[in-house]
Design a protein around this ligand. Structure first.
Ligand SMILES: *[C@@H]1O[C@H](CO)[C@@H](O)[C@H](O)[C@H]1NC(C)=O
Ligand SMILES: *[C@@H]1O[C@H](CO)[C@@H](O)[C@H](O)[C@H]1NC(C)=O
Ligand SMILES: *[C@@H]1O[C@H](CO)[C@@H](O)[C@H](O)[C@H]1NC(C)=O
Length: 237
């Protein structure tokens, strides 16, 4: 009897802990999105500037909260589709949090002296990016349909899909994999179904392995991260 009670207590405790964990996880997801809001949308004064490019974009596509434009939708997930951080006295950008869903980002009129291409890794939807005029577009001119300087801002327009370029690509995805865009100048190779591991050379049902590449200007830099990730994945399998 004592043993039985002890067991029951243990299982009740276990389920309480479990519920607690679920709650904590849910809460941290919630807190996370609040953080993002604070870190990104409230990081500089005011709201999206009236008549700015992000403002124009947001008029028909979403609603404004702070410096962000969110998609109008029925689910309760807030998706950032535009970001106006222009004239915010930002001198250093390290992270754009979960704004990789954005179609338009304005970082113009800021004293930023350099910007890593990696900040925009995974920003597949980005079709308009405004930067201080002295900065180059991420991925170089070759990654965009049009690059120009307008009102003291470098405007990078129309992200090119580098998987689509007909020229001989030395960065072709390995056999048994396919290429998909992964932000300006980036692409990823995902193993075809039934292939996995280093360079997708192994056969059999396994999780998708990814290979990342980057195009900078017209030079291809295959990041060292690439094979490392692959090797790690191969080891795990
Ligand atoms: C930048 O913001 C300041 C106030 O924070 C304002 O006085 C100034 O006119 C703004 N500049 C531009 C170009 O919008
Ligand atoms: C990219 O294009 C812009 C505008 O045409 C030009 O000013 C800039 O020098 C180009 N950059 C490179 C690295 O070719
Ligand atoms: C990419 O491929 C699509 C469909 O095959 C085509 O419509 C588009 O023009 C291509 N884009 C480039 C930049 O080659």
């Amino acid at each position: 009897m004592t043993l039985f009670l002890a067991k029951m207590t243990a299982s009740i405790t276990a389920s309480t802990v479990y519920l607690c964990c679920v709650f904590i996880v849910l809460f941290s997801v919630y807190a996370d999105s609040q953080d993002t809001d604070a870190q990104l949308c409230q990081m500089c004064q005011g709201t999206v500037r009236q008549d700015s490019p992000v403002w124009d974009f947001c008029l028909t596509k979403g609603y404004i909260r702070g410096r962000c434009c969110f998609r109008n939708n029925t689910s309760n997930v807030d998706t950032i589709i535009g970001l106006d951080l222009a004239n915010c006295s930002i001198s250093h950008v390290e992270h754009l949090y979960n704004s990789s869903t954005a179609f338009i980002i304005d970082l113009s009129d800021n004293p930023v002296s350099n910007l890593s291409d990696f900040i925009f890794q995974g920003f597949n939807h980005l079709t308009q990016l405004l930067l201080p005029s002295k900065l180059e577009c991420p991925g170089g001119n070759a990654s965009w349909e049009k690059v120009e300087v307008k009102n003291n801002a470098r405007v990078c327009e129309g992200q090119k899909n580098i998987c689509n370029q007909t020229a001989q690509m030395p960065w072709d995805c390995p056999e048994n994999s396919f290429c998909s865009p992964y932000g300006p100048g980036f692409f990823e190779c995902s193993c075809l179904q039934n292939f996995h591991g280093y360079k997708c050379m192994r056969e059999g049902e396994f999780p998708i392995a990814k290979v990342l590449g980057i195009l900078t200007g017209s030079t291809v830099v295959v990041s060292s991260l690439l094979w490392f990730t692959q090797r790690r994945k191969a080891k795990n399998t």
